[in-house]
Design a protein around this ligand. Structure first.
Ligand code: MRU
Length: 339
């Protein structure tokens, strides 16, 4: 099934609970806005493109639940829902992008049912487009990979981070589909281990060879020439930086030092040309994510913790940017990439 979808019969959002992977594959349902927001905050659904579809379906859910008797009342309900959903996670631009795109579509409606139909069809369109866009990213990006490559990746930019297929892992999947033998080194991605839990699980399901390493090993494997390309996804791309899971910046510096190509694969919906690195809010997460590993305490009760979820990689560390429109090389002029 898709990472996130709409259940027509139940009138609910269905998703794979990613916090349980790889130990358990459980489908959960969100029937209220509160349960959806909880699912986003606790990363049951995560990854920039998947969050875009989630935000869009969130507005569709709010429209279904609204008991408003007129257009103004419904619009007000949806505006409140939009604000609530957008406040759950600030860094991945796709979440707000998905919400805004569905909200913009409301202006075409003439009555209450019209609003419900329009927001639902726009949300479904965003989800369908995501799969198609990822396939296009894969088709462009696979040309950068050669038979026999070992590719390092960070976090999970696979089908679990999207509606399906994936961005960074989508490029790898497309290369494998073309008959190339590609091996992957997956960085575990502390503190929530999306690489260790989800990327390894996804690739093993597809029989793509994958080796798990701790994040701190990336310099070592690069210096030993065990990696010849790095490919990651992105949560937001400003004019001067790529925001992605914490640790990406470190890998990019190491890749530059070892002259290893560093590729970023993302849909153009992740581009944010109106912002710069220092105007973007980096989500800071609960200290317990570092003080505990699941329910085992691994640091003192009262230790001071700093837990940013993302970091910014400067454009000069990026070899190429792969989007559904093609492969782009420096200087990365976002207005041109968006065309
Ligand atoms: O905190 P997460 O798990 O939502 O972070 C996800 C990432 O950083 C991914 O690398 C990014 O969203 C790209 S997904 C195609």
């Amino acid at each position: 099934m898709r990472t996130i979808d709409w259940n027509e019969e139940a009138g609910s959002i269905v998703m794979i609970d990613q916090t349980l992977l790889p130990l358990e594959y459980r489908i959960i349902e969100c029937k209220t806005l509160a349960s959806l927001c909880e699912a986003i905050r606790s990363l049951r659904v995560r990854g920039a493109p998947a969050l875009g579809a989630t935000g869009a379906y969130g507005i569709a859910l709010a429209a279904t639940l609204s008991s408003a008797k007129n257009m103004a009342g419904m619009t007000k309900d949806l505006e409140i829902a939009a604000k609530t959903i957008k406040s759950t996670r600030p860094t991945a631009v796709n979440l707000a992008g998905g919400v805004d795109r569905v909200m913009d579509a409301i202006s075409d409606a003439f009555d209450l049912n019209g609003i419900r139909d329009i927001v639902m069809s726009e949300a479904k369109k965003i989800a369908d487009e995501d799969v198609e866009i990822n396939k296009r990213i894969g088709a462009h990006g696979e040309k950068l990979l050669e038979d026999g490559d070992t590719v390092m990746t960070h976090c999970n930019a696979g089908r679990m981070a999207c509606v399906d297929w994936g961005t960074a892992l989508g490029v790898i999947r497309s290369a494998v589909e073309k008959g190339k033998e590609i091996s992957v080194i997956a960085c575990e991605t502390r503190p929530l281990n999306q690489g260790g839990r989800i990327t390894t699980w996804e690739l093993m399901q597809d029989n793509i060879p994958v080796t798990l390493i701790a994040d701190s090993m990336s310099g070592h494997v690069m210096s030993k020439e065990m990696v010849n390309k790095v490919i990651v996804g992105a949560d937001r791309i400003t004019g001067d930086a790529i925001f992605n899971k914490i640790g990406t910046y470190t890998h990019s510096v190491l890749a530059k030092e070892h002259e290893i190509p560093f590729f970023v694969a993302a849909p153009t919906s992740t581009l944010d040309p109106n912002n710069w690195e220092d105007t973007v809010e980096i989500e800071e997460r609960d200290s317990d994510e570092l003080r505990f590993f699941r329910d085992i305490q691994i640091a003192p009760d009262d230790v001071k913790v700093y837990n940013p979820a993302f970091d910014a990689t400067p454009m000069e560390n990026i070899t190429a940017l792969i989007t559904e429109k093609g492969v782009f090389y420096p200087p990365f002029l976002l207005d041109e990439v968006m065309l």
